[in-house]
Design a protein around this ligand. Sequence first.
Ligand SMILES: Cc1ncc(COP(=O)(O)O)c(C=O)c1O
Length: 392
Amino acid sequence: MTRTPQDRSGEPNPLRVLTLDRLRRRTSMKWRTYPEDVLPLWVAEMDVPLAEPVVRAVTDALRLGDTGYPAGTAYAEALADFAGKRWGWSGLAVERTAVVPDVMLGVVEMLKLVTGPGDPVVVNPPVYPPFYQFVEHLDRRVVEAPLGADLRLDPEVLEDAFRRATGAGGRAAYLLCSPHNPTGTVHTATELAAVAALAERYGVRVVADEIHAPLVTGDARFVPYLSVPGAERGLALMSASKGWNLAGLKAALALAGPGAAADLARMPEEVGHGPSHLGVIAHTAALRDGTAWLDALLAGLADNRRLLTGLLAEHLPGIAHLPGEATYLAWLDCRALGLGEDPAEVFLSRGRVALSSGIPFGTGGAGHVRLNLATSPEVLSEGVRRMAAALR
Ligand SMILES: Cc1ncc(COP(=O)(O)O)c(C=O)c1O
């Protein structure tokens, strides 16, 4: 397989380390939701061992009994340093950050700061299903602004949604997914500046979920929302959780632009009691010392993305797929296969491979599935073989 320029670290590809037998000993959602004969390629967990610096930091903390409450700004400092080196962004101000329990609870807290009950929150379907669940649970109203056919933000559709969201007066927010789950779309600086201008024009507050930011491969460049002109009143959430597979070690960071500092300052102190101290330690170690591991992972993901494209062309040519440049997720358009609204159900029942159903991703999700390619090339190949077998 071809190597990408990211693979210079000498680190082994983490996607090739663990055997299926070993992975099946895991007790997390990916491995315990379906029976043993089902190959799980669904929820966003990766089939990787943890980066050694993370293991060391957490193990050292356990040995020391350092299992109290989180304190300090080490996580934010590590992220600021990472953002400077990785994305050339020097504007992450540690004093305008707060540690939150995880990204989705951080989204909830940010939305509470800038909207009230019944207020609209604009999202871009197809999008990560919890965007609907958490927003509705918070008693906010989802307003959809679907991505275009090219799976990119459509400024006219977004403007129309902002107009509808603010038409009756009142407050409105826009929950931006950047990079976008499930399509892997990496929004450009120009697109994000247009978002910021539109949001300012309509008085819509932007909350950018940037959890997938470390997972950008190839020529694409991640642009932090708060770095674009006009985004001063924006809020963002970042985390090491997706990049280093740390969802079970809860922590995330809420960030505010200079014009949103007063909003973030209103976040109740008790929100900071939610994150786990071990989570903060793990995330900090990942950002500070886990970049070689991340680069090896990104090279492996780029290989897998190419592998998937080839496998689909060979075994499932009826599936349309626009490969993304970020995340480890692939959004597959199965409508031409004639499997109905929920092809994931067919692939599961007939092929014994678990993919995420497209339906909960909102408008444009029916007839689609999301495949998690953060696994070994062998498991990925077996997954596609099972999908193809389901059609026979
Ligand atoms: C876009 C997006 N936001 C948030 C999350 C969940 O993050 P957390 O576990 O930190 O709430 C995910 C998980 O896959 C995600 O894809």
